[in-house]
Design a protein around this ligand. Sequence first.
Ligand code: DC
Length: 219
Amino acid sequence: MIVAIDGGVASGKSAVGRRVAEALGLPFVDSGLMYRAITRIAAERGIDPRDSEAITRLARTTDLKLDGERVWADGVELTHGIYDADHAEALPLIAANPGVREALVAQQRRMGGTGVVMAGRDIGTVVFPDADHKFFLVASLDEKVRRRAAQYERRGERVDEEAMRKEVAERDRVDTQRAVAPLRPAQDAIVIDTDHLDVEQVLDVILKHIAERSQAKTK
Ligand code: DC
């Protein structure tokens, strides 16, 4: 079974996806970690995020491994600080690079194997257009900033809410407007407004839909 969970920044797709995977006994893949890993390595090696060819070469030749929230590139663990906002500018540029997307989508399809819950921006539209179940999570900008700020506070980090609001809005804008694999719900995705729901409640909604559709199929 393949379950696609897409959504913008801080829509809750990773937290919810992890729980859906646990409930269904499937592996979970947070595809955003792969774009983050490539962005981090490019910065470490001094590769300009606008140098499309060099970035594509990097994505094609880097072997990424994921396990929950952990990520390795060519055997070296990059988990620490992978969610930090350090590369907020480079990240959407690299994610909009068609060569990078082609390389990472190929890896994602291999990781999917025969069953997976995968979270991202284009899982239901590009990576697995034939996924058994597709969900698209949305939340208002206020709620996204509130969630992101709570995440930082839990890690004991200082929060500049105004800067955070700008960053979240800008990343969603760039991801939505890019030419390749823009952030949008697949035609057959179920859109869930998560503003007034916690992770458990979104999990319930998703599991109910999956159970209903699976029953309808076997009838
Ligand atoms: O989900 P996230 O915030 O960790 O994703 C990081 C970046 O990667 C985000 O700016 C968009 C990009 N991304 C993407 O373009 N396609 C995906 N399937 C997952 C993430």
